[in-house]
Ligand binder design. Structure first.
Ligand SMILES: Nc1ncnc2c1ncn2[C@@H]1O[C@H](COP(=O)(O)OP(=O)(O)OP(=O)(O)O)[C@@H](O)[C@H]1O
Length: 251
């Protein structure tokens, strides 16, 4: 069975420096895949390759195949705007736009041509409910998003991503700037969202990977060393390097 995202012999270079080496990975649909590994091993680079965020960095070159639903993300005819609509992204630091909660969410749908006020209102309520934020903000939708707590901002960013109806959500250490309670809420949310979305999450926190993901890929020095069911990776790793990393011998 092929995955939602299929990666074969994928290489990425920053100028002369090869940051990803012969990546082979199959990422299943409607589930959570965690990318783990020590700092600098290429996790974020790989994540950004999926929605071509690396295109924004000069001198980046890629080789090999990275496909979503069997279509190459790097094909010359690929529409990058449409790609980023299908593949949303949440970063380490919550990054709401400096505008109201409401305007943050309708920003994407408006760009994609939705103008009807009733439809926009529906999108705001639906996505804030999906992000478990509605009850906390429903009385202040027109207040600035900058007044929300960090944890609320991260859920708002997620609602903003959901507003353009993506299929895949990429998360780059989404909880690393959050307190433990906000982290727990975000992890619960990831569990809910995986029924509908394909989620790929980079995390430094191995307990978090174990809690939220079904599949894990272990990266080291730009390569995928091992990939499989999270419980197998954590309890019965096949590669000595995976074992050394998950038992805390390095990284
Ligand atoms: N914009 C860039 N220009 C040049 N080299 C880069 C750039 N971004 C990352 N790199 C290099 O690519 C390699 C992989 O970095 P990347 O950030 O993907 O690793 P990571 O596993 O996500 O690390 P961390 O966990 O610290 O975020 C590193 O050697 C890094 O220095």
């Amino acid at each position: 069975m092929s995955g939602k995202i299929e990666v074969r012999d994928f290489n990425l270079y920053y100028g002369e420096h090869q940051a990803l080496k012969q990546i082979r990975l199959s990422i299943p649909e409607r589930d959570v895949t965690a990318l783990i590994g020590p700092s600098g091993c290429g996790k974020s680079t790989f994540l950004r390759s999926i929605n071509r965020m690396n295109d924004l960095i000069p001198n980046v070159r890629v080789e090999g195949a990275l496909e979503i639903d069997g279509v190459d993300v790097y094909a010359p005819e690929r529409d990058v705007v449409e790609l980023r609509k299908r593949v949303g992204m949440v970063f380490q630091q919550p990054n709401p736009f400096p505008m109201s909660i409401y305007d943050n969410i309708v920003y994407g749908p408006k760009i994609h041509g939705i103008k009807d006020k009733k439809k926009l209102d529906e999108i705001v309520e639906r996505t804030l409910r999906q992000a478990n934020l509605w009850d906390e903000v429903k009385d202040r939708l027109h207040a600035s998003a900058m007044g929300l707590s960090g944890g609320q901002q991260q859920r708002l960013v997620l609602a903003r991503v959901l507003a353009v109806e993506p299929e895949i959500i990429l998360m780059d250490e989404p909880a690393s700037a959050l307190d433990p309670i906000s982290t727990e809420r975000l992890e619960e949310l990831i569990q809910q969202l995986k029924r509908e979305y394909t989620i790929v999450i980079v995390t430094h926190n191995m307990q978090q990977a174990a809690r939220v993901s079904t599949y894990t890929a272990f990266f080291l020095n730009g390569e995928v060393v091992e990939t499989g069911l999270t419980e197998n990776i954590f309890t019965n790793p096949q590669d000595k390097r995976t074992e050394d990393y998950i038992t805390g011998r390095f990284g």
